[in-house]
Write a protein that binds this ligand. Structure first.
Ligand code: SF4
Length: 199
């Protein structure tokens, strides 16, 4: 509960949104957190070639209590999942998450019982970054996209209205189970149950 919760919708609230958004996006500190090969690309953004310091983000915090961005760089094993969640819970609010690479975003090619099939099963994800691995430029692009998202985040009553609109849009959307296959290679998926797809 802060100042924004008390302001009615209008000029004062939108001005506050702009100021708070700018301050938040310009003061992000990532957590020191790398899980697999994608972490090498994440480390590369700290080098002079890519220069994450241009955003004031070169200080990767060794404690989650001084971090507000988690870059999940690499596949998340089932054994690691509770630790990932613990780190997230200990980070300062408000906080954001980038799922870096196909493994963190969806499990990627590791479609098995040992790997979490998307880190969004554990923590809320703000940006999904595709690639295996994504290049450092792609991570910089994801960070710039996150900055834009933070800059335009709603506060107070505006946030409640935005959440209601998003929920209504989600409920009105066509479920993926009702979407028609659009490519030939999807046709076997709609075969009659019980029929061998290899026949
Ligand atoms: S997406 Fe590719 S580079 Fe990244 S962790 Fe998975 S296998 Fe490694």
């Amino acid at each position: 509960m802060g100042l924004e919760e008390k302001l009615p919708a209008g000029f004062a609230l939108t001005t506050l949104e702009a100021v708070v958004g700018y301050m938040r996006k310009a003061s992000i500190w990532p957590a020191t957190f790398g899980l697999a090969c994608c972490a090498i690309e994440m480390m590369a953004v700290g080098t002079p070639d890519y220069d994450i310091a241009r955003f004031g983000m070169e200080r990767f915090s060794a404690t989650p209590r001084q971090a507000d961005l988690m870059i999940v760089a690499g596949r998340v094993s089932q054994k690691m999942a509770p630790i990932v969640r613990q780190v997230y819970d200990q980070m300062a609010n408000p906080k954001w998450v980038i799922a870096m690479g196909v493994c963190a975003s969806s499990g990627g090619m590791f479609n098995n019982y040992a790997v979490v099939q998307g880190v969004d099963h554990i923590v809320p994800v703000d940006i999904y970054l595709p690639g295996c691995p994504p290049r450092p430029e792609m991570l910089l692009n994801a960070i710039i996209t996150l900055h834009d998202k933070i800059q335009h985040a709603k506060l107070g009553v505006n946030r409640i209205e935005a959440a209601r609109a998003a929920e209504a849009a989600a409920l009105a959307a066509t479920p993926t189970s009702l979407m028609a296959p659009t490519h030939e290679h999807h046709a076997p998926l709609s075969a009659t149950p019980g029929r061998s797809l290899l026949a």
